[in-house]
Design a binder for this molecule. Sequence first.
Ligand SMILES: [Zn+2]
Length: 420
Amino acid sequence: MRGFAVFIFFIFISSVVTATDRYLLVPDAVFDGESNQLHENWVVLVQDHRIIAAGARAEIDAQGAQIIDLAGLTLLPGLIDLHSHILLHPYNETSWNDQVLKESFAERAARATNHLRAALMAGFTTYRDLGSEGAGYTDVGLAQALEKGVIPGPRLLVAGPAIVATGSYGPKGFADHVNPPLGAEEADGADLVRVVRDQIGGGVDWVKVYADYRWGPKGEARPTFSVEELTSIVETAASSGRPTVAHAGTAEGMRRAILAGVETIEHGSDGTAEIFAQMAAEGVAWCPTLAAGEAISAYGGWQKGIDPTPARVLKSQRAFELALAAGVTICMGSDVGVFPHGESAWEMELMEEYGMSNIDVLRAATSVNAEILHMGSEIGTVAPDYLADLIAVAGNPLEDISVLRNVQFVMKDGYIYRAP
Ligand SMILES: [Zn+2]
């Protein structure tokens, strides 16, 4: 409730001060999204939704600007999570099956408004939301509500229902006469073209396909679609100007997705050195979703630092090392929703823990993710003409990545949602 009150307060303040519409942000230091080091004593001038100037204060004409004092804070581009689920909440609260089967779309949308607000207040100004998990096009409607200013939240790029091979996805385990709703839309063969077009018509920004899933004889992950099927999805999406993203955990699922031309691969914990070399060569980015792996292990009883590391987590650590060595473009994509919205910074802590430098983690969550979204000239960088998505954290994230959990200031699109 306190967070909500703060939010209302700053909406009020921002509506008052928007009259000037010109802010001079004065932090201790700035991470611009791309450089190797912080810029000490930089200031950032914002006007009419955009950054006008960034640099030494003496060089910037800030006449008429309202000064926002961010002493003790590091300013950086708004964070981007490339793998979220606004229509899911943590599985230790309610299992995925029960969320899909027992929660109304209205309840799920109501929860999503809380999730979106929590994400924004934690410094996430953009989400690529990868599947409504049984809630149809509710994500498209929420994105429209955000654009109209009905609710606060990150800019939202959505994947709608997502596409799965018939028989592969859940919920499962019902009597043969029961037809439960599914967590995604089934399609196969030539029908994939129609379903991709239908989802485009429904308003998706990205087409998401499950290149493998846990449908093997022993419940293990196995490939689903053929290369030809995946290629028809990618080509149909591309013809409308939309990229395709593939869920793939197995090496074979990843291989087929790469051949088909997807732009990002999600999870990929069984990726081999050869697969990651192919991804690097083809420019396919990888969202490792490390936090989801640790969250699910914890829900199963794992106590980090006390119990032995579970196989699932060891696989992700190994894959992360291989991908780093191969030079794959690594996204910051956490699968938030599996764990609480507003806690995506956990993914960045794990990227650092699994071997990435702090500066590369920061780049991944800002300019690298923006580039993957085809928005590299709009967001993810602090420079003139970029949208004014800016946050500030207490402390220096190059010394301690965990300061990203301590967000004190949030501006999106030039509007202030949180201030110290
Ligand atoms: Zn996911």
